[in-house]
Design a protein around this ligand. Structure first.
Ligand SMILES: [Zn+2]
Length: 271
């Protein structure tokens, strides 16, 4: 038994792009972070027969400089854009769940309710892997409110999901058993935190197309909303984004920090 545990712990983490027929659960603060961080990887995961599920914390209803824009309209626009981006990546819209917190307000939600809500999702979906924004990266730690909160909340929910004494009502009333997430992949990592890079050469055009589906997140639509692209703007923006996609050893990549967990029970049952 001791030997078996040692062998299991010594195994290298599973590589994300090699997953087949698994359930993948991705949490994103806004309906575009999943595209910008991971669209290539998501496209590969969908192509490889995985059940990809996306949970979006906020409705992203604030980020517009257009004086004629309203929060209600923007939330609808962002939802439509996310569905289109996911369609391009091979993820159906009924695989997207919206928690519908207002943009920028996640940190002011009831934190106990928030972690309970996400714990419930994890216990229901019972994913083989969770993708979430990295709580350890300097960028998310200091830059943006919803990013900080989503990062920490998802991690806290992963921990709570495995212990039956956290939110025992979920087991008593809904039959949701505790669940140990086998592996986590964190995105928006700093260079020093990354320990896994997915080669997205074969799907880089899909990533660009999915990113361009978020029309309202780019100029000129941020200042004056229009639902479509002027052809010249589209080509220019796409080319600029292509130049900015990180490369490793000459290949387009998406970077992750992966871990099998932070407590002994989870480490010993890894894979
Ligand atoms: Zn974001």
């Amino acid at each position: 038994m001791v030997l078996a545990t040692t062998v299991l712990c010594a195994q290298a983490p599973e590589r994300l792009e090699r997953l087949r027929g698994k359930t993948i659960l991705l949490f994103t603060p806004h309906p575009d972070d999943d595209t910008f961080c991971c669209a290539g990887t998501l496209s590969l995961l969908a192509k490889n027969g995985n059940n990809v599920r996306i949970v979006i914390y906020t409705n992203d209803d604030k980020g517009s400089y257009d004086p004629d824009m309203t929060s209600e309209h923007l939330a609808k626009i962002r939802m439509h854009e996310e569905e289109e981006a996911c369609r391009i990546l091979g993820i159906p819209k009924d695989h997207i769940s919206w928690l519908e917190y207002h943009d920028g307000m996640l940190e002011y939600a009831n934190t106990r309710d928030l972690v309970e809500e996400v714990t419930k999702i994890i216990r229901k979906v019972r994913p083989d892997a969770v993708l979430s924004i990295d709580p350890g990266s300097e960028y998310v730690r200091w830059h943006k409110t919803d990013h900080r909160m989503a990062a920490n909340n998802t991690l806290d929910a992963i921990r709570a999901a495995e212990w039956h004494l956290y939110f025992p009502n979920q087991r008593l009333h809904e039959g949701l058993e505790p669940f140990i997430v086998p592996q986590e992949f964190y995105y928006y990592v700093t260079d020093k935190d990354a320990n896994q890079w997915v080669n997205i050469d074969s799907v880089v055009e899909k990533k660009l197309d999915a990113a361009m589906a978020h029309v309202s997140q780019w100029e000129p639509s941020i200042h004056k909303y229009r639902p479509d692209w002027d052809k010249a703007d589209l080509e220019k923006t796409k080319a600029e984004m292509r130049d900015q996609i990180p490369k490793k050893d000459g290949h387009y990549v998406e970077a992750f920090r992966t871990t099998a967990g932070f407590n002994p029970a989870r480490r010993n049952t890894f894979r």
